[in-house]
Every structure is written in structure tokens, then in C-alpha cells.
Design a protein around this ligand. Structure first.
Ligand code: FMN
Length: 215
């Protein structure tokens, strides 16, 4: 079986990324791009990002998680701390996250260090989740092998009964990570494959070095 995709080709013409129009701080540019992507109609999930970790087996692994908050310090997502990614981060906190925003022909690639956020912040976010999501997070031993889907459904039913009318507390194996960036690369598609790439790299004095990369 095969399919030739050689004629999948598109000219990128929606925007440009020029040094004169960018801020000294990449988080400000991130925010500007995020707003522009939303304002232009957005994609299905603008906050979906690919998180790449180095696993205990030495292989990189990507998976999609949802960005739930960004601040001047970094990018926050929530997950199971005992999951494959949780174990990977415990051993190698250096991770990469990336966003693809096809509606604006943009990509952002962020290298940084992941660390657990404070418990009270994870509590606050867990509290804000719908009940079903809370129970689902508790019931699923994320990334472990399970015998069947039925087991999960049964465990969920049991837990629903057990916690009926009670407050559902965040389990300590579930919470947030913040990825504190050391490098952020902004990619803007341009015609004739001469795309714009601007990379910000964190310096020892906490300034950001700005460089243009060849496409
Ligand atoms: C659109 C989308 C959003 C997702 N958001 C999250 C998330 O925020 N947190 C999470 O733990 N998994 C999320 N997942 C599931 C992960 O991709 C992954 O399957 C899961 O975290 C287990 O990964 P691991 O075994 O590598 O640790 C999402 C998947 C998709 C497709």
C-alpha cells in the first residue's frame, strides 16, 4: 500500500515576522500571536501543544497536552505525575513543547525545563474542573497497561458511589507542570519557502538574545 503526497503543497502568505515589529520578551510575542490566532478564527484547539520528553528508554516521545495557563514565567499543563511523561520529566526535566497554528501558518517551538507547580495551584485548577473530569483523573492509572475498558468504567462507577455528595479532592499523583523556557522559536510561513524564523535564547543575565534563523 502506498500514497504519494508529493503534490501536497501550499504557499504560505498570511503574515510575516520582521525584527522591527517584535518585542524584546518572547512571552509578549507569544501572547500577541495567541491573540491573533484566536481573532482570526482559530483552530480547533489553539491551546493544544505537543510535549516532547526524553523517556527512561532513551527515546524522545511526543504527545499532545493542553496549555492551561501561561505567565511571564512559563507554560502550565496538567497531567498524571506517575504517567510515562511524569516519569520521563522526573529523570530529564528538559522538554520541548510546540504549537502548530495552521490558520495563521505559524509554529512555535519552546525548549525549557519542566517542574511541578505548587500544590495549592494544582488544587485550585483541579477544583475548577467538571466532576466527571475530576473522577476520570482519579480513576485512570495513566500510561499503565489495563486489561479492558470495562475495568475503567467499573472503577468509575464505584468511585462515583463512594464519593457521592462528598467533596472530590485532588489526588497527589495528579497536578500541573510549568515549563520554564530557555529558548523560544517563532516560525512564520512565507512564500517560496523563505519562511521567517526568529529564535529567542535566554542569557545568563536573563536577557533574551534574538536571532534570525535560515528557513
Ligand atoms: C487534544 C488532546 C489534548 C490532551 N490533553 C491532555 C492533557 O492536558 N493532559 C494529559 O495528561 N493528557 C492529555 N492528552 C492525552 C495525551 O496526549 C497522552 O495520551 C497522555 O497524557 C498519556 O501520555 P504519556 O503516556 O506519554 O504520559 C491529550 C490528548 C489530545 C489529543
Amino acid at each position: 500500500m502506498q500514497k504519494d503526497l508529493g503534490n501536497y503543497r501550499r504557499s504560505y502568505e498570511k503574515s510575516a515576522l520582521i525584527e522591527d515589529a517584535i518585542s524584546e520578551n518572547p512571552m509578549e510575542l507569544f501572547q500577541k500571536w495567541f491573540y491573533e490566532v484566536e481573532a482570526s478564527g482559530g483552530n480547533d484547539e489553539n491551546n493544544a501543544m505537543t510535549l516532547s520528553t526524553i523517556g527512561l528508554d532513551g527515546f524522545p516521545k511526543n504527545r499532545v497536552v493542553l496549555l492551561k495557563k501561561y505567565t511571564h514565567e512559563g507554560f502550565i499543563f496538567y497531567t498524571n505525575y506517575n504517567s510515562e511523561k511524569g516519569k520521563a520529566i522526573a529523570q530529564t526535566p528538559q522538554v520541548c513543547i510546540s504549537f502548530l497554528w495552521p490558520n495563521m501558518e505559524r509554529q512555535i517551538i519552546i525548549k525549557g525545563k519542566a517542574e511541578k507547580i505548587a500544590n495549592n495551584l494544582s488544587d485550585g485548577y483541579f477544583e475548577s474542573r467538571p466532576e466527571g473530569s475530576k473522577l476520570g483523573a482519579i480513576v485512570s492509572p495513566q500510561s499503565t497497561v489495563i486489561a479492558s475498558r470495562d475495568i475503567l468504567e467499573e472503577d468509575l462507577k464505584k468511585l462515583e458511589k463512594e464519593l457521592e455528595g462528598k467533596e472530590i479532592e485532588r489526588p497527589d499523583f495528579w497536578g500541573g507542570y510549568i515549563v520554564k523556557p530557555v529558548s523560544i522559536e517563532f516560525w512564520q510561513g512565507r512564500p517560496n519557502r523563505l519562511h521567517d524564523r526568529i529564535r529567542y535564547s535566554l542569557q545568563k543575565n536573563f536577557d533574551w538574545k534574538i536571532e534570525r534563523l535560515a528557513p
